[in-house]
Every structure is written in structure tokens, then in C-alpha cells.
Design a protein around this ligand. Structure first.
Ligand SMILES: [Zn+2]
Ligand SMILES: [Zn+2]
Length: 202
């Protein structure tokens, strides 16, 4: 093994700003993963690391998922673990590994992947961790407000932004108040957190 905990999602440059998606009309990322353009733009960071590992290891495309999933945590970039989980169907529910609602095998695989992020040697920024969480949540079993939070956040996470804990808390309160549409119109994490309280609800 070359370098323990090789970083992920750093081979391609991130966008400077959150821009509308030409296909779905929302900010790029908000249509993930059903809008194919949003999915392409987001998955490009994962796919670049996967292509690099194919070149480094010399493994065949259909062999690499099993190699990555059998390897100790930190041997491959975290993006490659995520990508391998998408290529190797769950042996129990046959769905994408880590995404089966109520599937114990999926829950176990999903839990195992996060060991990477919390290893002391891991080379990962808080933004990269949030980006990984967002994508996993949007592919996984839907939990309304959690999925909506990550859907709203993904375009800004792609630009490298990260909400402060206070901003994230405010955004979640607005979501609980049913204001996803207002949040979708707001500009950035700061704009979403700063939505004014509705006077008729105060
Ligand atoms: Zn889109
Ligand atoms: Zn499963």
C-alpha cells in the first residue's frame, strides 16, 4: 500500500459558485441523483478517484469493487469505498449496497464506511466529510427532512462551503417549520440560516 488514507475528491477542481443546472433548473446538486446532469457533476469527483485507482492497481473494472471492499480502512480513498458500494449489490436485498431501507446488511456496510472519516490519520476536510454525508444520504433510504437538508446543502458543499453549527441549526429549524421552498430560494448557507421568521407564525 502506497500512502495510508489517500485523500478523496481532490483530483478535479470544485466550482467557484453554485450555478443552475441546465437540465433540472435547480442549483447543481439539488437534483441528485435523479437528474442525470446533477448526478454526473457530483459523481465526477468519485469517478476520477476510481479511474485513478484502476490505473494504480491495474485491477480490472469488475474486480476493483471486491478488492476495495475487502481492504482495511484507509488503503483506498473514501470515494473509492463509496463507488465500490455502488458497483457491488447487497447480497441480502440486491439493491445498491448501503441503501436498502430496513436492510441490516446495508446498514452495516453504511456504518463501516464512516471509520475512514474518523481515523486520526485520515486526510479529510470537514467540507469533504459533509459532501460524503450529503451524497450518501441522498442515495440512501429517504428520511424527509434529513434528505431535504442535504439536497439544499449539496450545491454549496460542492463549492467548498460549510455551514457553521449555528447556521446548520437555523436551517434545520426552518425545515421543521416546512419552509423548504423558502430555503431553496435563499443564497448560500448564510442566506438559508438568515430567513426571517414568518410574522403570522411568530
Ligand atoms: Zn440537475
Ligand atoms: Zn441491503
Amino acid at each position: 500500500m502506497a500512502q495510508p488514507y489517500p485523500p478523496g475528491a481532490r483530483l478535479l477542481t470544485r466550482p467557484d459558485t453554485a450555478a443552475p443546472c441546465p437540465s433540472c433548473g435547480g442549483l447543481v446538486g439539488r437534483g441528485y441523483p435523479t437528474c442525470l446532469t446533477c448526478a454526473d457533476r457530483v459523481d465526477a469527483y468519485w469517478l476520477a478517484d476510481w479511474a485513478a485507482q484502476l490505473a494504480i492497481t491495474g485491477a480490472a473494472e469488475d474486480e476493483l469493487p471486491a478488492l476495495v471492499l475487502a481492504a482495511p480502512t484507509g488503503e483506498y480513498p473514501w470515494t473509492c469505498t463509496d463507488w465500490a458500494m455502488r458497483q457491488a449489490p447487497c447480497v441480502v436485498c440486491r439493491g445498491e449496497l448501503g441503501t436498502g431501507p430496513g436492510c441490516a446488511a446495508c446498514a452495516k456496510a453504511d456504518q463501516a464506511r464512516w471509520a475512514w472519516d474518523f481515523a486520526p490519520e485520515a486526510d479529510m476536510t470537514p467540507n469533504e466529510h459533509a459532501l460524503r454525508l450529503a451524497v450518501a444520504a441522498l442515495r440512501g433510504p429517504a428520511r424527509d427532512n434529513v434528505a431535504t437538508y442535504w439536497r439544499l446543502s449539496l450545491p454549496y458543499l460542492l463549492t467548498g462551503e460549510l455551514p457553521t453549527p449555528a447556521q446548520a441549526g437555523r436551517i434545520r429549524i426552518h425545515l421543521l417549520a416546512g419552509r423548504a421552498d423558502d430555503l431553496a430560494e435563499a443564497d448560500g448557507f448564510a442566506g438559508m440560516a438568515a430567513l426571517t421568521d414568518l410574522p403570522w407564525r411568530a
